[in-house]
Design a protein around this ligand. Sequence first.
Ligand code: 5GP
Ligand code: MN
Length: 350
Amino acid sequence: MITPIIDETTIERLRALINGVQRIAITCHKSPDGDALGSTLALCHVLRRLGKDVVVVTPDMAPRSLEFVPGVRELVVFTKHEARARQVLNDAQVIFCLDFNSLHRIDRLGEVIKPLSTRRVLIDHHLNPEEAFDISISFPDVSSTCELVFRVLMQLGLLRLMDRYAASCLYVGLLTDTGGFAYSCDNPEFYEILSSIMRRRIDRIDLYNKAMNTFSADSLRLQGFAISEKMQLFPEQGASLITLDKQELERFNYNRGDTETLVNKPLAIPGIFWSVFMREDADRIKISCRSQGDFSVSDICARYFSGGGHENAAGGEFNGTIDEAVQVFHQVLADLFPDQQQDHQEQPSN
Ligand code: 5GP
Ligand code: MN
């Protein structure tokens, strides 16, 4: 039995809203991941089968590693097709916002949406949602936005429209946002949802291999380099730090998505329970954090790196050089572990 966790009033409002419109836009956060793409494309597909005109608009391109997600080729990418994206959003009678909870998480697309009087529906699992939504379906305790989309469809009575294509999209988000069913999936209902998805005869092994175990040679070499040469451990604080600057990224022909799971790797080391990865981007430093247990990295990202996310998986950004970002990391160590010796660290060995 899958509990209907969304209250009936919200579901009724959503049902009335969907019934009353024809043109629907769906969007997700920038640098879309498996959950963002899986949830938007699954919802798009089901609503199309309901007879609606639906377009998914993303703030920027999907990484090459996720091109296999059914429907990715049809995305309207704001940074690539700005005029078309603006037209879709202007024409839409409702805008669904999936897998993010604050319009500033979608960059310039947020500035396009903000002034529109179009109704907005939030479906998301991040902490502390903004209040800029007409209908807000926000559950930080669920595994993924894909799980939430499944629950929304179930409560709307639309699961009959979830075919193999939509089920494959949802599977990708359930899989990737739990690190391959490793975390955030303790609720037994998660597996009932998975079971329902499996019944649509998805090609589970193919999706698993493409989503979890496909890397270019350059990406594998870059990850090997990062772990071998750039990982610093702080055993007294249970921490790991990896940084990659532009030159290092270029040396391995970096493509977006190439370092997607790198931040998780140091958590394999006994005693390391939080991991920070800093990557030099075009105009800022992108920060990724992961943790185990009740050590919250979302607080760290919110306080020190203008970001947020989940307790065990969060991110942010830093305006400045990578050296300055590393200094902030040392400040975090000093603030959180005032009794520990700050200079004790294990350098990569040669
Ligand atoms: P990742 O490390 O995979 O980029 O992100 C992990 C989690 O942190 C995601 O759920 C993502 O939504 C959140 N996150 C990543 N970057 C940012 C950011 O710059 N701001 C906020 N608020 N959340 C972020
Ligand atoms: Mn997500």
